[in-house]
Design a binder for this molecule. Structure first.
Ligand code: SAM
Length: 217
C-alpha cells in the first residue's frame, strides 16, 4: 500500500495521530529530502528507514519504489512540507502507483494553499490554485492577464525573491485590486497582509520579508 502522508508546513505539531502511526509502521518512507524529513521523524521518535524521492531521481527511484510496493511492502510518501503531490515530485509516484493498480490512500493534513485561502478572507466557494507563475517577467504578466479574465479567487505560491515583482505585476494588471499575502504560515513569524499590492510592497520594503508566501487575489 502507498500511504501519501501530509506533514507540517512549519509548526511540527501540525501532524495527525494517524500520520505518526503510519510513518512508524510502514516499511519505508520516501522523502523529497531525507535530511529535511529527519527533523520531523526525530521529533516524533520515528525510526523507519527513509529513502530520497525527488525531482531528479523520480523515474529511477519511482521504479524501485514500485517494485517494493508490488512485493507487498508498505511505503509512505512525504514531501518537504504539506501535502505530497501539491507542486512537488509526489505527483509522479502517485501516478505510477495508479497506473500499476497499487492501493493507496492520503493521510490528510496541512497544505499552504488552504491556510492562505481561508486566512485571506476572499471568497472560497470558487477558487483556482495556480501555483508558481512563470519565472520570466513578461511571461508572468501574460499569465496574470489570462487569470484576470476569471471570476475565481486565485491562489499563487511565491518566493521572497519574486514577491515584489509579482505584486507589481498584479498592480499593473488589476489596478485597485485588493489582495492578501500570507508569509511563514504556522511558523513563529506568520503574517497575513490584506491590502492593495502597492501598500503591501511599501510594507515589505520597510520590513524583513524572508520566507515563503501564498498570494491570494
Ligand atoms: N506541498 C506543499 C503544500 O502542500 O503546500 C507545497 C510545496 S511548494 C514546492 C512550496 C511552496 O508552498 C512555497 O514556495 C510557498 O509558496 C508555499 N508554502 C509552503 N509552506 C508555506 C508556509 N509555511 N507559509 C507560506 N507559504 C508556504
Amino acid at each position: 500500500m502507498l500511504y501519501i502522508v501530509s506533514t507540517p508546513i512549519g509548526n511540527l505539531a501540525d501532524i495527525t495521530l494517524r500520520a505518526i502511526e503510519v510513518l512508524k509502521t510502514v516499511d519505508l518512507i520516501a522523502c523529497e529530502d531525507t535530511r529535511h524529513t529527519k527533523i520531523l521523524l526525530d521529533h516524533y521518535a520515528i525510526k523507519t528507514p527513509t529513502t530520497s524521492f525527488f525531482q531528479h531521481n523520480r523515474f529511477t527511484k519511482g521504479e524501485y519504489l514500485l517494485k517494493l510496493l508490488k512485493e507487498g511492502k508498505n511505503v509512505a510518501l512525504v514531501s518537504d512540507a504539506g501535502t505530497p503531490g501539491i507542486l512537488d515530485p509526489g505527483y509522479n509516484l502517485i501516478n505510477l502507483a495508479i497506473t500499476n493498480s497499487i492501493p493507496m490512500t492520503l493521510i490528510p493534513g496541512p497544505t499552504a494553499l488552504i491556510n492562505g485561502l481561508v486566512l485571506s478572507g476572499k471568497p472560497a466557494y470558487k477558487f483556482i490554485f495556480e501555483g508558481f507563475l512563470p519565472n520570466k517577467p513578461i511571461a508572468r504578466r501574460n499569465r496574470l492577464k489570462e487569470l484576470s479574465k476569471l471570476e475565481h479567487t486565485i491562489i499563487l505560491y511565491e518566493s521572497c525573491h519574486r514577491i515584489l515583482d509579482t505584486l507589481s505585476a498584479i498592480q499593473e494588471i488589476w489596478p485597485g485590486k485588493d489582495v492578501a499575502i500570507c508569509r511563514e504560515l504556522t511558523k513563529k513569524f506568520e503574517e497575513t497582509l490584506r491590502a492593495k499590492p502597492e501598500t503591501i510592497i511599501e510594507h515589505l520594503k520597510t520590513h524583513s520579508y524572508k520566507g515563503e508566501f501564498v498570494v491570494i487575489i
